[in-house]
Design a protein around this ligand. Structure first.
Ligand code: FMN
Length: 264
């Protein structure tokens, strides 16, 4: 389990910083040099390598620090970030152009830097951007909804020309995870939200698709269509596409429900 991390005893200056940042005291010091405690499990978070001033830590024979620049944020970063967070909106009306696969793949790879319980990162994705598959998913949902009164709202809205399941999205992104993960829903949500923020920064509209998530788990025909592995569940989904002109959300609406905060 721990064998991928190695310490170069020649380069190491014995500063103990690696040990101090290790989340589970996996690093012990023997004769003033670090070593992995064989009885403990390393999370492979690489914090040790990031703080090592001597670049003495390798992972699979390579320095795991992929960007050595000092991360100084631009002066107006907080303001820009806040503005982006507050102007994220749920888009449900799209042009029929599917989202660039390159942009999507990149956003999902970057989203892998979102936190994950015990660094497990067990979220996986299914992306649907073929018109006929999207139509088949919606048909399956409508067929199922017609026999289940708790889903009357989907049928009624759809008949009135509104699709609360997927809008008219040309791309659907579904995230699933093994049920045995420590925190499957939390981990996947953090990843999808990170990807959503990146995508909206690049002009891609998105909306969380709760109905699609729940029904993809509930309808056996859909689990089969997605080839969802045994012991896995969908944890979230996004409708995606390039927004129609109608959905111009440059202005920020009030959040009418305020957050309750208790200080102890
Ligand atoms: C977990 C989750 C599930 C959601 N499911 C749906 C859905 O199935 N259909 C839909 O139209 N909107 C869905 N939404 C979007 C919410 O309705 C939306 O976030 C809320 O109305 C606030 O609007 P805003 O995101 O533009 O600020 C969902 C949001 C979340 C967080």
């Amino acid at each position: 389990m721990n064998k991928n991390i190695e310490f170069d005893k020649e380069k190491c200056i014995g500063c103990f910083m690696c040990r101090q940042v290790c989340p589970f005291n996996v690093i012990e010091f023997i004769e003033e040099r670090p070593a992995l405690n064989p009885g403990k499990s390393c999370l492979q978070c690489m914090h040790c390598a990031v703080v090592c001033p001597a670049e003495a830590i390798s992972y699979n024979g390579k320095n795991p620090v992929i960007d050595k620049r000092n991360r100084t944020l631009p002066e107006d970063f907080t303001e820009s970030l806040e503005s982006h967070l507050m102007s994220r909106r749920s888009y449900r009306h799209f042009t029929n152009q599917p989202v660039s696969r390159e942009i999507l793949e990149h956003a999902l790879q970057v989203a892998c830097w979102a936190p994950s319980a015990k660094n497990q990162h067990l979220t996986k994705y299914i992306i649907v951007d073929k018109k006929e598959v999207i139509a088949q998913i919606m048909e399956t949902i409508l067929e199922f909804a017609k026999d289940h009164s708790d889903l009357d709202i989907i049928v009624k809205e759809y008949e009135e020309g509104n699709n609360p399941v997927m809008g008219n999205a040309p791309t659907l992104l579904l995230a699933y995870s093994s049920d045995s993960a420590i925190n499957p829903v939390g981990d996947g949500t953090l990843k999808l939200y990170t990807a959503e923020l990146l995508l909206q920064a690049q002009g891609v509209g998105s909306c969380w698709a709760g109905y699609l998530t729940r029904l993809s788990n509930r309808i056996p025909k859909l689990r089969k269509l997605f080839d969802l592995p045994e012991g896995s569940s969908f944890i979230g989904a996004l409708m995606l596409g390039y927004p129609e002109k109608l959905e111009n959300y440059e202005k920020i609406p009030e959040r009418v429900k305020k957050q309750e905060i208790k200080w102890l």
